[in-house]
Design a protein around this ligand. Sequence first.
Ligand SMILES: *[C@@H]1O[C@H](CO)[C@@H](O)[C@H](O)[C@H]1NC(C)=O
Ligand SMILES: *[C@@H]1O[C@H](CO)[C@@H](O)[C@H](O)[C@H]1NC(C)=O
Ligand SMILES: *[C@@H]1O[C@H](CO)[C@@H](O)[C@H](O)[C@H]1NC(C)=O
Length: 388
Amino acid sequence: MNFLGVLTIFVTVLGIAIDGCNCKTVQFIFGDSLSDVGNNKYLSRSLAQASLPWYGIDFGNGLPNGRFSNGRTVADIIGDITGLTRPPAFLDPSLTEDIILQNGVNYASGGGGILNETGSLFIQRFSLYKQIELFQGTVELIQAKIGKAAADRFFQESRYVVALGSNDFINNYLMPVYSDSYTYNDQTFIEYLMETLKAQLKILHGLGARQLMVFGLGPMGCIPLQRVLSSTGNCQERANKLALSFNQGSSKVLDSLTKTLPNATYRFGDNYDVVNDLITNPHKYGFNNSKDPCCSFYNIRPALTCVPASTLCKDRSKYVFWDEYHPTDSANELVAKELIKKLGLMDGGAPSPAPAAIAPSPKSAHAHSPKSAHAHSPTSAIAPSPEG
Ligand SMILES: *[C@@H]1O[C@H](CO)[C@@H](O)[C@H](O)[C@H]1NC(C)=O
Ligand SMILES: *[C@@H]1O[C@H](CO)[C@@H](O)[C@H](O)[C@H]1NC(C)=O
Ligand SMILES: *[C@@H]1O[C@H](CO)[C@@H](O)[C@H](O)[C@H]1NC(C)=O
């Protein structure tokens, strides 16, 4: 073959790579301990750790894997059901460009919040700004590997999950040692959180995120820790009200971004009602206990974390809570299935990149009550890009 022939083949191969980006659809996950799959394991000074038994007892080989649960996270389960691979932790030493292109990345970190100052008592954790900074590094890495045009396409076709907020209350605003607790009141704190979240989602859009889900907060006043801190053992109504305000605010932020940012589909996954019902009527869902952590240390409460000397409940699938803060695998499964149903993630054969087909029109989205899931779709339909 002559020189010209080689050159032609070379140009053709390169052309396909740049135009088509034969990339898989993968997920990039931003979150806290509810979505952490191992980042904090590598943050050696972090006090938010799930690195001891019995974390992970119902996952893989049963050894701790960094998840703050006995089993899977909600994002694990949603991905499994909708056909997306589980992204590895950003700090996983085996992470390479090829693994990122095949699986995405999970930046979630136990103790992290929307605000930089949240969770500072844990010493080390990735707050959402930090997670976005790390994602920017990932974008640059992939651009260097496959070129800017292909990378743009890859990141625009990927799925994004943003699931933070409970630490901004539990490990910040509701704890008097944090200055936010006396600098703000309920209303101004929520406004501060919403402004911050909005700015963060705009940065993500600028980095290519187009199909993004934000998970709302559950009734965080009912986690075992909050119950044990109340004098009656009941849920803390103030924390629950804050969760509801957070959910309403986030839903509005997504509505407004949908109107202003081009080509983006934002979905708000509100699980408050189903978790609240599960906690109030556990038997209805086949659970037996929605008040106590399955993993506890004799009768010493709060137990703070699950340790090897702790005792486990008899049937982990019957408990809503695994430890003082985090749900069990079976509660996560219930939440994941509810979110899939509410967000219509299985309608129209997700994960095909056709958001127009799986998201209701903005009109029908507004018909939902503020507490139900909202699907936010852009007013202009997203045409499949011609070079596909
Ligand atoms: C939050 O932290 C990031 C670094 O992770 C920094 O770039 C940013 O300026 C901080 N933002 C605020 C409002 O403190
Ligand atoms: C449910 O819990 C009660 C005690 O709270 C216990 O007596 C009963 O055996 C449990 N049932 C199941 C199915 O685990
Ligand atoms: C939005 O999508 C259209 C059609 O695919 C494309 O031409 C346009 O550049 C996109 N705009 C942005 C800001 O991504």
